[in-house]
Design a protein around this ligand. Structure first.
Ligand code: ATP
Length: 241
């Protein structure tokens, strides 16, 4: 890979009070890539995404996006610059309909026509949401809510999409549907994706590159297919012995 990375983390240390959750993270994401971030419980995956999207500020180190230092820039500004974050546990608005959830997601977009265009794009990508346009978000199944959460994030047409455990708690069919959409977004729209997953084997199957995180540090990184073949990764994260 050549040229300026889309995203670069350098020596990032992020804390919760006294707890050092990220201990000097270095990471790069290039435009057009799907990068998987894998690791066990408490490794710091969610904290990494929070640090990128401006929800948390690192005590030390820098986050650079499109060549600009965005360390400590508030999350709404980060979003306006093209980074969308779909947090763990799909936080949709339960009392709003599917369509309203999408419209609210476009809060940084002022052009009504553009909003409608994006709603329609979301429905094209997720026909299941179109069928449920007037249903309340809270009455949708877990998998449907995850689709809605992703579709809502896409309303700002992000350049970089941060996905936190999109497959969590979903049945195998939904997991496959979600991963298909992630690949499609990347291939057809050129959306760059940073994917946090416990489901390491599926994440590595669609990712170009991967980072393995362990207790706040990068343990291993490289081409996703090499990571998937790595013996220590197979034992620790792919359920082999
Ligand atoms: P999981 O897969 O279990 O969600 P993760 O890799 O996403 O894990 P993080 O959620 O980033 O891990 O957590 C990293 C470390 O920071 C953990 O030790 C965790 O206990 C701690 N931590 C996370 N959130 C908080 C918080 N709000 N307050 C204090 N400590 C926290």
């Amino acid at each position: 890979q050549t040229g300026t990375p889309l995203l670069e983390l350098q020596n990032v240390h992020t804390y919760y009070g006294q707890i050092e959750a990220l201990k000097g993270l270095d990471m790069t994401v290039h435009e057009g890539e799907i990068v998987a971030l894998i690791g066990g419980n408490g490794a710091g995956k969610t904290t990494t995404l929070r640090t990128i999207s401006g929800m948390m500020k690192p005590k030390v180190g820098s986050v650079t996006y499109q060549g600009q230092n965005v360390t400590g820039v508030p999350s709404h500004t980060i979003m306006q610059r093209g980074i969308a974050h779909v947090p763990e546990g799909r936080r949709i608005f339960p009392q709003l309909t599917v369509r309203e959830n999408l419209e609210v997601g476009a809060f940084t977009v002022t052009d009504r026509r553009l909003i409608q265009e994006r709603v329609n794009e979301g429905f094209a990508l997720f026909p299941r949401l179109k069928e449920r346009e007037t249903q309340l978000g809270g009455t949708m199944s877990g998998g449907e809510q995850q689709m809605l959460a992703i579709a809502r994030a896409l309303m700002v047409a992000p350049k970089l999409l941060l996905l936190d455990e999109p497959s969590m708690g979903l049945s195998p069919l939904f997991v496959e549907a979600i991963f298909d959409i992630v690949e499609k977004l990347n291939k057809e729209r050129g959306t760059t994706i940073l994917l946090v997953e416990q489901n390491a084997s599926m994440a590595l199957a669609i990712a170009h590159r991967a980072y393995v995180l362990q207790t706040g540090e990068i343990k291993l990184s490289g081409a996703a297919q090499d990571i998937a073949r790595d013996e220590s990764v197979r034992k620790a994260y792919l359920g082999e012995d």
